[in-house]
Design a protein around this ligand. Structure first.
Ligand code: KG4
Ligand code: ZN
Length: 350
């Protein structure tokens, strides 16, 4: 700005779009505000009630969204120091996700946009996970790139031709990678969500202590339910031999399980690079916070000469800033959406 002529005042310079976004696909209520790709606020109300049940209870999640959504939005406006009248558009997660949870966010975001006379922009949650890479000062990966999106509900290998053109090259045929982490952690008696707990334990464990056979799935698709059953049988057998088996071997079990899950993901990612010839690679979604996956990605990148992108921790797990940047890409493309759009719990990518 400093070398612009003095008559270029802030009032006549074109303003970057100001997007407010609502995320309510699962158990986190999120509201974010971005100006261009700069995050002004990214507020998340985590629902701790599900910890008592060892998993998300859909009915309780919808109720908690209904309770949290207005205070979360008020906090986001306060943190961003933005008035409702300044906003350009409201983006919201249309799916995939839990029907009841999505309904709360979709109905709220559309009503709020209508009341403020601005467009409401539906966003695919999985596209948003990928586009989280374009938040903040970094320019993000170059197109085309491959993205391994790994969350609690999905595991996908995506070819990203542009912000709005994504093709799923392979995905899990049953459980998602995050679900596998969570279910094994539950079998081990660890707190929910188990992924981060298992990750912490694995850091002090030996990944070669226990071995699990890799699921055999052709092409770029994956499977984790067989691995989960195998681990369950292994834990049961161990406990029958020694009732302290899990307690005594906690860290080694965690490290070995993490190594197996990460091994499947990395093998498929390497296959996708070989199949497409694309060596610019990103990871996204809750499981992209996993330290084992990050380490394995960095070492493979060094060995094979890939360029890799890992999102900051706050944009790995569900958040509304990623929905805002996806909304911005649609807003910039001039897309217009009606106000009678409904949530789609199994919304496909691409
Ligand atoms: O993307 P996300 O927040 O929500 C969905 O869209 O599903 O992902 C949540 C998943 C959970 O399964 C959680 O256990 C897992 O991400 N997760 C992790 C880690 N942090 C979150 N899994 C392994 N290691 C982590 N550090
Ligand atoms: Zn997610």
């Amino acid at each position: 700005m400093s070398n612009l002529p003095a008559y270029f005042s802030a009032e006549i310079m074109p303003q970057l779009p100001l997007i407010l976004a609502v995320e309510s696909s699962c158990d986190d209520t999120g509201v974010a505000i971005i100006r261009g790709n700069e995050v002004l606020a990214n507020v998340i109300s985590n629902q701790t009630i599900h910890e008592n049940y060892g998993g998300v209870v859909p009915e309780l999640a919808s109720r908690a969204h209904a309770q949290n959504i207005v205070p979360t939005l008020a906090e986001a406006l306060k943190q961003a120091k933005v008035e409702a009248g300044e906003l350009s558009a409201v983006a919201y997660t249309r799916g995939p996700g839990l029907m009841g949870s999505l309904h709360v966010g979709v109905a709220f975001a559309k009503s709020w946009a209508w009341a403020n006379g601005i467009p409401a922009i539906p966003v695919n949650h999985m596209q948003a996970h990928v586009l989280a890479h374009f938040l903040g000062p970094n320019s993000g990966p170059n197109f085309p790139f491959l993205c391994l999106t790994v969350s609690g509900g999905h595991t996908q290998l995506v070819k990203v031709a542009s912000a709005l053109e994504m093709e799923v090259l392979g995905e899990t045929r049953d459980d998602a990678a995050g679900e596998a982490f969570d279910k094994v952690a539950k079998l081990m008696g660890l707190a929910y969500p188990g992924g981060p707990v298992l990750d912490r334990l694995a850091q002090n464990g030996d990944p070669d202590k226990f071995h699990f056979s890799k699921p055999r799935v052709s092409g770029l698709d994956m499977s984790f339910s067989g691995l989960k059953t195998q681990i369950w049988q292994f834990l049961q057998h161990g406990q029958q031999q020694d009732s302290e088996f899990i307690a005594v071997n906690q860290s080694d079990i965690a490290a070995s399980v993490q190594d197996s899950i990460v091994g499947v993901l990395m093998e498929k990612l390497e296959n996708a690079v070989n199949a497409t010839g694309i060596t610019e690679v990103a990871i996204a979604g809750g499981v992209s916070a996993n330290s084992g996956l990050r380490q394995s990605l960095f070492s493979t990148a060094e060995r094979l000469g890939w360029i890799v992108h890992v999102p900051p921790f706050e944009y790995c797990t569900d958040n509304a800033a990623m929905v805002a940047i996806a909304g911005l890409k649609l807003y910039d493309a001039g897309q217009v959406f009606p106000l009678d759009i409904e949530p789609i719990p199994r919304l496909k990518l691409g």
